[in-house]
Design a protein around this ligand. Structure first.
Ligand code: GDP
Ligand code: ZN
Length: 308
């Protein structure tokens, strides 16, 4: 592994960011608080950087390696605010209704939004329905399978897991192995429980990172990177867990629905937004049962109201 660059700087990985405060993990696995050179602009959790020792036990970041996938959420003015970078995968933790295995429309739309976000970032996505122990009856499991079928049909993997019984956790570990992932999804779906299961040293790490970045116990706004015991990372913070899709132009949004792609370009109007236009190929595909009606409904719900 190369640990030093030509200018004498060391390579490192940003494992936490809180505003301008950054914590870098050195090639030797040591954490060092850093600030970035002003000219570098924003630096985020997941960035590969070059840093130099400054006075005391702190450093200055002098370079940022090219990054891929920037996970951002719109700020109050609608401008994208990066949360973390260099992701490989979004794990979408969904929640169905116990006993019945059905899912509220709003929850389905949120899963579709995250899937679209993963497509737009060109990274993998996994749908994970946790609390599988609550869908124990054959009927509930069959209903859950029907609920999740549109995602499988669109080419996504769907896993069921339970932190209570341990079911599916090994399959989840296998999917996280060697990748850098975020767990997203609505509150109550089981993200904390899953993180606790996957990251046995999590609490210790949170303590180390918090003191390293000078946040004491106010860790909730710090975005942190955790290493999985078997390789791979998880980036976590409330902002990351609940990030939102920003305003996406209709054509781009439709392209981010994998299962729409065979039909795009087949509508009567070239600029069809697939809302209420005549001879819309997506509408026709739904009528022909070649496309799931809920997926089209999600797309419409996610369109910027001004575009509808
Ligand atoms: P988060 O808001 O997504 O982080 O969800 P939590 O991890 O805090 O979990 C919400 C609630 O669901 C807690 O009461 C957990 O104990 C419970 N929970 C988590 N995982 C499971 C599971 O696999 N099965 C069941 N039955 N409950 C779970
Ligand atoms: Zn159309």
């Amino acid at each position: 592994m190369i640990t030093a660059s030509d200018d004498g700087a060391q390579y490192g990985l940003v494992i936490a960011n809180h505003g301008y405060a950054l914590l870098v993990e050195t090639a030797g696995g040591v954490m060092i608080p850093c600030v970035g050179r002003r000219t570098l602009g924003g630096i985020y959790c997941g960035d590969r950087v070059r840093w130099k020792q400054a006075d005391g036990n702190s450093g200055v970041i002098v370079g940022v390696e090219p990054r891929n996938a920037v996970l951002a959420r719109p700020d109050t003015r609608g401008n994208p605010k990066p949360l973390c970078v260099n992701l490989d995968q979004i794990v979408i933790v969904g929640l169905a209704t116990p006993e019945t295995g059905t899912m509220a429309a709003s929850d389905r739309i949120r899963i579709d939004a995250y899937l679209a976000a993963a497509e737009l970032l060109h990274i993998e996505a996994l749908v994970l329905i946790n609390k599988a122990d609550l869908y124990a009856s054959e009927a509930a499991r069959a209903a859950l399978d029907a609920t999740t079928a549109p995602w499988r049909d669109a080419g996504y993997d769907v896993l069921y897991s339970s932190t209570r019984t341990g079911a599916g956790i090994d399959a989840l570990r296998a999917r996280l192995h060697g990748r850098r992932s975020v767990l997203v999804g609505e509150s109550g779906a089981g993200k904390s429980s899953l993180a606790g299961e996957l990251l046995p040293e999590r609490e210790i790490r949170i303590g180390e990172i918090s003191s390293g970045i000078g946040r004491g116990r106010h860790t909730t706004t710090v975005t942190m990177l955790f290493h999985l015991p078997d390789g791979g990372d998880i980036i976590d913070s409330p902002g990351v867990r609940e990030f939102r899709l920003g305003k996406i132009p209709p054509a781009e949004l439709a392209g981010a629905f994998r299962d729409f792609r065979p039909f795009l370009g087949e509508c009567r109007y070239r600029d069809c937004r697939h809302v209420n236009e005549r001879d819309c190929a997506l509408e026709q595909a739904v009528a022909d049962k070649r496309l799931d009606a809920n997926r089209l409904a999600s797309y419409r719900a996610l369109l910027d109201p001004q575009e509808r």
